[in-house]
Design a protein around this ligand. Structure first.
Ligand code: PMP
Length: 289
C-alpha cells in the first residue's frame, strides 16, 4: 500500500510520523473518513469542507489548499486502486515539544490512507443493530465540540467500550443535558409516522455527511424532516430508528437498552433509505481515473 505523506506517496513501511507529533502526544489534529464507490470519491468536497472547518475550530492551518487536498485524495486512491474503499484523511498538528503549546509545532502533517473497507456483515442490515445507552455522555459543546472531527476520540471510545462490554456494537450517547446526541461513530434518526427526526448539531452531533444525504432523500420521499432535540423516550417510542455514517451507510436499530424498537425488525422506511442511499452513492462522486 502507498501512503500519502506531505505531498509524497511512500510505501506503507516508510510512512512514519515523529513520536513528537502532537497528533500522537495529544490527539491534536483533525480527520475525515471518506468512501469511494465504483471508482469515484463520494462527497469529496463536503468532506474537505468539514475537514477545514474542524481545522479552523482548533486553529490549525492546513498547509495545502482545498483543491490541493482533493487532488491528493484522488491521487492516493489511484495509486492504490482504491475504487470501492475507505479513505482516511488526517492532518496532525505536527512535531512539537513535550509541552502543549501548538504554536511551537513546526508544520502540520498531512496523511492519506486509501484502504479496503471493513463493512458490517450483511446479516446485520437484515437483522438490525442492538444498542445500549452509554453512561459516558457526549463532550459538552464548550469542551471539545462534537462538531469538530478531531483526532481526540477518547470520549467516543469510552462509550464504545461500554457498548462492547454490553455485547453490542454501538452505543447511544446522550449530551450533558440528557438529550440524544448520536452514536459513537454514527448519527441517529427516529421515524414517527411521516416525520423523520435527528438531533441538531447543538445537541452534540457531528454534522454527518451521510446524515445530510439521508435528510435529502427523505425530503424527496415527501417526508417531513426535523432537526430537533430528542430524548430516549422519543427513540423508545419511534416506529423506526436507524444510524447513518460513512462506513455503516444506513443501518436499522432494533433494540435500545433491551427494549424493542417498532416491531423489533429493521423498518420498511429504513430499508428504503438503505437502498436509496446505496443507489445514490453509486451514481455520483469525483472520478479517480
Ligand atoms: N458521528 C461521529 C462521532 C462520527 O465519527 C461519524 C463518522 N464516522 C459520524 C457521526 C457520521 O458522519 P459521516 O456520515 O460524515 O461519516
Amino acid at each position: 500500500m502507498k501512503i500519502y505523506l506531505n505531498g509524497k506517496l511512500v510505501p506503507e513501511r516508510s510512512a512514519r510520523i515523529s513520536v513528537f507529533d502532537h497528533g500522537l502526544l495529544y490527539g491534536d489534529g483533525v480527520f475525515e473518513g471518506i468512501r469511494s464507490y465504483k471508482g469515484r470519491v463520494f462527497m469529496l468536497d463536503e468532506h474537505i469542507n468539514r475537514l477545514y472547518d474542524s481545522a479552523k475550530a482548533i486553529a490549525l492551518d492546513i498547509p495545502l489548499s482545498k483543491a490541493g487536498i482533493s487532488r491528493a485524495v484522488v491521487r492516493t486512491c489511484k495509486a492504490n486502486r482504491c475504487m470501492d474503499g475507505y479513505i482516511r484523511l488526517v492532518v496532525t498538528r505536527g512535531v512539537g515539544t513535550l509541552g502543549l503549546n501548538p504554536y511551537l509545532c513546526a508544520k502540520p502533517q498531512i496523511i492519506i490512507i486509501a484502504a479496503k473497507i471493513q463493512l458490517y456483515p450483511k446479516t446485520l442490515y437484515n437483522e438490525g443493530l442492538k444498542i445500549v445507552t452509554a453512561g459516558t455522555v457526549r463532550n459538552h459543546p464548550e469542551a471539545i465540540n462534537p462538531r469538530i472531527k478531531s483526532l481526540n476520540y477518547l470520549n467516543n471510545i469510552l462509550a464504545k467500550i461500554e457498548a462492547i462490554n454490553a455485547g453490542c456494537m454501538e452505543a447511544l450517547m446522550l449530551n450533558p443535558n440528557g438529550f440524544v446526541a448520536e452514536a459513537t461513530g454514527d448519527n441517529v434518526f427516529a421515524l414517527h409516522g411521516n416525520v423523520l427526526s435527528t438531533p441538531p448539531a447543538c445537541a452534540g452531533a457531528l454534522e454527518g455527511i451521510t446524515r445530510a444525504v439521508v435528510m435529502d432523500i427523505a425530503r424527496d420521499q415527501a417526508m417531513e424532516v426535523r432537526e430537533r432535540m430528542l430524548n430516549r423516550h422519543d427513540l423508545y417510542t419511534a416506529d423506526e430508528v436507524f444510524l447513518t455514517g460513512t462506513a455503516a451507510e444506513v443501518i436499522g436499530v432494533v433494540e435500545i437498552d433491551r427494549r424493542p424498537i417498532g416491531d423489533g425488525k429493521p423498518g420498511k422506511a429504513t430499508r428504503r433509505f438503505e437502498r436509496a442511499f446505496r443507489k445514490y452513492a453509486g451514481s455520483t462522486g469525483t472520478p479517480i481515473e
